[in-house]
Design a protein around this ligand. Structure first.
Ligand SMILES: [Zn+2]
Length: 585
């Protein structure tokens, strides 16, 4: 362990291989978990825990992402990243440069970027500056002396040339890095994933979800014969000396963990989709040659997912670029405009059960709204990506299978146990935030809110959360994207429902314990019902109660209620499971 830390300082530690053992061990124990999403939580946790144990520190800059900004990070706002990379699959090597343009927020003379220690930096140059800029590296941080003090409002441009063998993803997409795989016919098949660890696993960046570039360009060179499918729009491609360069332009802000390389002998299945706004945009599936038929067959379903989301939430946010989905050697990720799809045309791939649709694709597409259009300003609010994203599959079940299918889905996903609040108020890193049950408990919180405030207010709240007004809804120039947090959603839900929801958010999101509905028999004929509340509020959600021929719906007051149920009668509390709570009877 100490040796690993020492090697880290020397910028050469081979953490990927060592950590792989920890992660795989954790992964094997989790094979019987119900949901892959759950595995994703736990494996990420296990991975971070391994790092913590190995390094003896709370987190490393490289293998975690986000958290509190350092003063140096807070002093600039990235406006553009330009990433030029050559990919050598045989040597599992990448090399090129990253150019960052940023606006100064606080006076600064040192630029802090994050980059994995596995790379060598060959030069750092500043626009308009002669010679290289002075650089110091400290673990995963690069400190670049800009040569003078920049004042607030000024812009600077710095280019970092770097190369090396990126960390091999121990368990993509949860424990990320590069995946160097082969297609069934033996062609190179490469993908990146870095949600939990941040984009500094493969390029120099400000590794914090709170700063998105306004736009980005990627120029990716791969051996001719392979296709590099990336975010945004393909501007051009050119080949020389056995190498083909693909220039992708992302015209909107992008949360940088969703910037991705997907390289393979892809065949493009291209459609044009007409948005609810009337605008047309390309709808492209980048599929392996072996799967073209299956790709064609599933396109109508993918397009139906799109029409569901447009109807439920509003127009697809990235109409100016494209909707892309690309076949990947890992399960999936919400890479903006180039959704990673590794479900292999198997409806059970994500959930372990077939609910009649490709849940993995549906989930990742949901993130184009929940995560990419609106992004958590810090990771403690990641339930806005994952809880909302997961709840969309339940709503799609309801759309294709009716109310019973919806309730079946919700019951299936009721298995979370982690005793951490879904949306704590304290700043969290990605690694910390994913330890909370942000997926399924997040979805159950929305289910409960919907039951409490009613469909009209609830669905209007979803729409307002993604598009607060007509300007956002109609924009395609990037101004539709914004940062949100849990308080924003509370404000919207209160506005739409006309109710104060402090109790709801404090109960379900800010602390971990669930309310318990206690049924206590006090005589042969009577049962007392009482809420055991972990917060200092009464529980105002009406409870459905069934016994014998009786069906009641009651708000149970703080001192409880007594109902006349004979010993011989079976008592059903909240039989439809509309409320996120424990029941003790
Ligand atoms: Zn997700």
């Amino acid at each position: 362990m100490q040796a690993l830390q020492t090697q880290t300082v020397m910028h050469h530690f081979d953490g990927g291989n060592s950590l792989c053992l920890c992660v795989c061990a954790a992964g094997q124990n989790l094979d019987n978990q119900y949901l892959v999403a759950m595995r994703r939580n736990l494996i990420l946790t296990a991975w971070i825990s391994c790092i913590t144990a190995l390094c003896g520190i709370g987190q490393t800059d490289i293998l975690d992402s986000g958290g509190k900004l350092t003063a140096l990070q807070a002093s600039y706002d990235v406006t553009h990243y330009g990433l030029e990379l050559s990919i050598d699959p045989e040597k599992q090597w990448i090399g090129g440069s990253l150019t960052v343009t940023a606006r100064v927020v606080e006076p600064m003379e040192v630029l802090e970027l994050d980059l994995d220690t596995v790379y060598d930096i060959s030069s750092v140059v500043g626009e308009g500056k002669a010679g290289d800029l002075a650089v110091e590296r400290d673990l995963g941080k690069i400190h670049i002396k800009l040569g003078r003090k920049y004042q607030a409002g000024e812009f600077f441009t710095v280019t970092v040339a770097y190369s090396g063998n990126p960390r091999v993803a121990p368990n993509p997409p949860w424990a990320g890095g590069f995946t160097w795989d082969k297609t069934p016919s033996g062609a190179h098949w490469i993908a990146t994933s870095c949600q939990g660890q941040g984009a500094d696993l493969w390029w120099p960046c400000k590794d914090n979800v709170s700063d998105e570039p306004d736009s980005m360009d990627l120029r990716i060179s791969v051996p001719t014969g392979l296709y590099a499918a990336c975010n945004g729009v393909l501007r051009d491609s050119s080949s020389e000396a056995g190498s083909t360069m693909y220039h992708w332009h992302i015209s909107t802000p992008i949360n940088i963990y969703t910037v991705a390389l997907n390289i393979g002998p892809y065949v493009l299945i291209e459609e044009t989709y007409t948005s609810v706004t009337g605008e047309e945009f390309p709808f492209i599936f980048y599929v392996l040659p072996e799967n073209v038929e299956q790709g064609r067959e599933i396109m109508p379903e993918f397009m139906d997912h799109m029409s569901f989301f447009e109807e439920m939430l509003g127009p697809y946010p990235f109409r100016a670029d494209k909707y892309g989905v690309v076949q990947t050697p890992h399960l999936g990720m919400e890479h903006q405009t180039i959704i990673a799809y590794g479900a292999n045309f198997d409806n059970t791939a994500m959930l372990g059960r077939d609910f009649g649709f490709d849940a993995l694709h549906h989930h990742e597409m949901a993130h184009e709204w929940w995560g990419n259009l609106v992004t958590n300003s810090s990771w403690e609010d990641v339930w806005i990506h994952e809880g909302f994203g997961s709840y969309m599959q339940a709503l799609y079940c309801e759309r294709i299978g009716g109310e019973e299918a919806y309730h079946n889905y919700m019951r299936f996903s009721r298995f979370f146990t982690q005793p951490l609040p879904v949306a704590p108020k304290e700043t969290k890193t990605a690694g910390e935030a994913f330890r909370a049950p942000v997926y399924t408990k997040g979805a159950w919180i929305l289910h409960t809110l919907r039951n409490y405030i009613g469909d009209e207010a609830f669905f209007a709240s979803l729409k307002q959360m993604v598009y607060p007004d007509e300007n956002h809804l109609n924009a395609t120039d990037g101004s539709q994207c914004r940062f949100v947090d849990t308080d924003d959603f509370q404000t919207i839900a209160e506005e739409q429902s006309g109710q104060n929801l402090d109790w709801f958010f404090d109960l379900y999101l800010r602390q971990a314990e669930l309310p318990t509905l206690v049924a206590h028999r006090i005589s042969d004929k009577k049962v007392k019902l009482l809420w055991n509340m972990p917060v200092d509020y009464p529980m105002p959600i009406p409870v459905e109660i069934r016994y014998g021929d009786e069906e009641l719906t009651e708000v149970i007051p703080e001192d409880g209620i007594i109902i006349k149920v004979k010993q011989s009668e079976k008592l059903y509390l909240d039989p439809k499971k509309r409320i996120l709570c424990d029941i003790s009877d």
